[in-house]
Design a protein around this ligand. Structure first.
Ligand code: ADP
Ligand code: MG
Length: 700
């Protein structure tokens, strides 16, 4: 093979995929769906898993509940009618025994897809119903010779469209074989040699060959490690560069001292700060008095007392004659912050204003003028604050509350607002350290790892619909004793309309059939501001007994008298979301009760809900949530702007992440602007492939 290398055509990574032999315009078009446009992209389309003989289970040895790979020949395929509909079934056979695979939907497609006699690999969890079976298993057709030679077989992700053009997993295998046979690959080495040597990583060429055609498990492992490292290395470089870009900006303002206002507010607090709160306030003050701009994240569980920390930071800015802004994710929360802050700063000569979307024009104009003239000291608002043409002349501090609801915020959006302000971000979604390194790698992090001692705890119970009557009776009794309650309905973006209807109907039902004697009100995000305010105000004043709402109350709402929360369809939420929700109860003297109603029970749902019932530690819950859902799903729901990973997994690969981070920071230390000749490729790759994350990096 080696003497032929010289006669091979060179395939440069920049070549348009359609001009690769075996691709062509139609497939090229479909490949775009997978973000594959160049030869380089195609070669970086890595197998999503591998099949090797030693990990394939014999049907005769299967056990219930096992996660397995089974490879078998299709003996027969059938559509089986039942009273409730029907399902598509494959009978498969390996050298040891027979088993079934079943699909309850997509039967027509399945009929066409499989042929008798074909060899297919199936992946899934073993169930037992009159024999072993797999329900809706993942599958991949396999060439028989591949299995027989005992090689490791790569399995690729594909799309329905590509499958129609014979680019299923098998098609990809064929295509790659052709590419490696016909061409000599010319792909840029994206990792500096020194790093490759110190990390003992194979070259890109070797690694590409091995990741698509592994010679052995060891070589495959090395190849995968190289690409995982590469991906994480670049992410950490981006984070490091962002951090440096922020640090390089010098403040255009200066604080003389923490100021009298801080003491004023501090002395008026009805409680003593926890040690953790004190420590974090100190850390913030260190940043504020430094001449580099602050970019700090404060993470702390629900109820750990982040608001007061934010207020004290704001007091420093205002006490020095500047303005501070607090941004909240919902109008309800902004309104509540506004009321609280007015209360906390009463008689201290501070002008607090509220700026949200739906205000009257005249009112709005007056507020804007006050802001522009530095007559408003503390501005509370929603993201209307940054989207609008709001000019805040002497703004030196921006606080973003409940950051996880905004997604990863671009600092740059805030910079134009004032004097290149300090930024303080608050979040109640604690994540493991290694993950925050990537997600918040451009920020300094403070953790409030202590919750103020409270009399009331939160008791969480899982309930099936048939016991609801009891729950309602209990609720009614508590209301009789003077308490208030929440009933929460899920509202998921994808099914917003139907969810809203369910909430409305639920409200009607409760109002007319269950709690006829009580005052109920409905609250959801689609209501007008004025209405929302009215409802919230009435609820805070105790005029409403039961607040039926969608998840708009998830963050921040604080009514110590509301002590019961009933969460409908608890199986539909993220764990952290429920944890946030239940943080609304147990805020007073007595225990709070959170009832999780499980409507569609499944193994997974049970497991998730049980975690909530067994712990109230937000860090643990988010770790478990992450484990159960995987980083992709965990972050995709709200953390927009979070980088999509090709091959790395932040949890599984945390060791590699540490190494990658070390090398990235090391490199930046030696060459902060990536000017060295040996780093030219790195620099070029960052500017080309990481554009969206490099928006505010200005040190290159
Ligand atoms: P979160 O961190 O969830 O934003 P909040 O700032 O809303 O928490 O605080 C929750 C509740 O705890 C509020 O009612 C607040 O007044 C109270 N609180 C905050 N800090 C303390 C403390 N050190 N001691 C007692 N109560 C506190
Ligand atoms: Mg809060």
């Amino acid at each position: 093979m080696s003497e032929r290398i010289y006669t091979k055509e060179v395939l440069h990574s920049e070549r348009d995929v359609q001009f690769i032999k075996g691709v062509g315009p139609k497939r090229a078009h479909a490949l775009k769906k997978l973000d594959i446009e160049t030869a380089g992209d195609l070669l970086y389309h890595f197998p999503r898993r591998y099949l090797d003989r030693s990990t394939v289970a014999n049907i005769a040895d299967l056990k219930r509940g096992q996660q397995v790979t089974v490879v078998g020949k299709i003996e027969s395929k059938n559509y089986i009618k039942t009273r409730r509909g029907g399902f598509f079934q494959l009978l498969i056979k390996d050298e040891t025994d027979y088993m079934r695979c079943k699909w309850f939907n997509g039967a027509k497609y399945m009929q066409k897809l499989f042929k008798e006699g074909e060899t297919v690999a199936f992946f899934g969890k073993i169930k037992y119903y009159k024999g072993y079976e797999l329900i809706h298993p993942d599958y991949d057709k396999i060439e028989e010779e591949n299995i027989n030679t005992g090689r490791i077989v790569p399995l690729y992700a594909s799309t329905a469209k590509l499958k129609k053009m014979y680019l299923n997993s098998k098609g990809f295998r064929r295509l790659f074989r052709k590419i490696f046979e016909k061409y000599s690959i010319d792909v840029e080495e994206l990792l500096p040699k020194k790093i490759r040597q110190s990390q003992e990583l194979p070259s890109v060429k070797t690694a590409l060959q091995q990741i698509h055609f592994p010679d052995s498990k060891e070589k495959l492992k090395k190849a995968r490690r190289r690409f995982i490292f590469e991906e994480l290395f670049y992410l950490q470089l981006v984070m490091g560069l962002k951090r440096e870009s922020v640090k390089a900006v010098k403040k255009q303002f200066e604080y003389q001292s923490p100021g009298k206002l801080l003491t004023g507010i501090y002395e008026k607090l009805p409680f003593e700060l926890t040690d953790a709160q004190k420590r974090v306030v100190k850390e913030i003050w260190q940043d504020m008095k430094s001449d580099a701009v602050m970019n700090r994240l404060v993470q702390g569980d629900v109820g750990s007392g982040k608001t007061v920390v934010a207020v004290l930071a704001a007091a420093i800015a205002i006490g020095n004659g500047y303005q501070a802004a607090i941004m909240a994710p919902t109008e309800i929360l902004a309104e509540q912050h506004y009321q609280n802050l007015k209360e906390m700063t009463r008689d201290l000569g501070i002008n607090v204003v509220l700026l949200v979307g739906g205000q009257k024009k005249s009112q709005r104009e007056e507020i804007l003028e006050q802001i522009a003239e530095n007559q408003a000291n503390l501005i509370v608002g929603t993201h209307a604050l940054i989207q609008d043409q709001v000019v805040i002349k002497k703004l030196t501090l921006v606080i973003i509350d409940e950051q996880h609801r905004f997604g990863v915020m671009q600092r740059g959006d805030l910079i134009e607002k004032g004097l290149n302000p300090d930024v303080l971000v608050m979040t109640a979604t604690p994540i493991p350290r290694t993950m925050s390194m990537t997600l918040y790698g451009d920020m300094d992090i403070s953790t409030i790892d202590e919750t103020p001692a409270r009399k009331g705890r939160i008791i969480t119970k899982k309930v099936k619909p048939k016991t609801l009557t009891k729950v309602y009776q209990y609720t009614d009794q508590k209301i009789e004793e003077g308490h208030q309650a929440y009933v929460v309905y899920p509202l998921i973006e994808e099914s917003e309309k139907m969810d809203l209807k369910a909430a409305e109907e639920g409200y009607k039902h409760l109002n007319q059939k269950i709690f006829q004697e009580r005052e109920l009100a409905l609250l959801h995000g689609r209501m007008k501001n004025e209405e929302k305010e009215k409802v919230m105000q009435a609820f805070q004043n105790g005029e409403i007994d039961i607040l039926v709402s969608t998840t708009v109350i998830e963050v921040g709402v604080d009514n110590p008298n509301a002590n019961i929360m009933i969460i409908e369809n608890a199986e539909r939420y993220g764990l952290t979301q429920i944890h946030q929700l239940r943080g609304r109860v147990g805020r007073g003297e007595e225990d709070g009760v959170c009832v999780l109603i499980e409507r569609n029970s499944s193994e997974k749902a049970d497991k998730r809900i049980d975690i909530l019932c067994s712990t109230s530690d937000g860090f643990q819950i988010s770790r478990e949530d992450l484990k159960l859902r995987g980083p992709g799903e965990f972050f995709s729901s709200k953390q927009h702007g979070y980088p999509k990973m090709k091959i790395a997994d932040l949890i599984r690969d945390r060791k590699i992440l540490k190494e990658a981070d070390k090398e990235a920071q090391n490199l930046l230390k030696k060459d902060p602007h990536l000017r060295k000749k040996s780093h030219e490729t790195v620099r070029k790759n960052l500017l080309k492939n990481y554009k969206q994350y490099m928006k505010f990096v200005d040190v290159l």
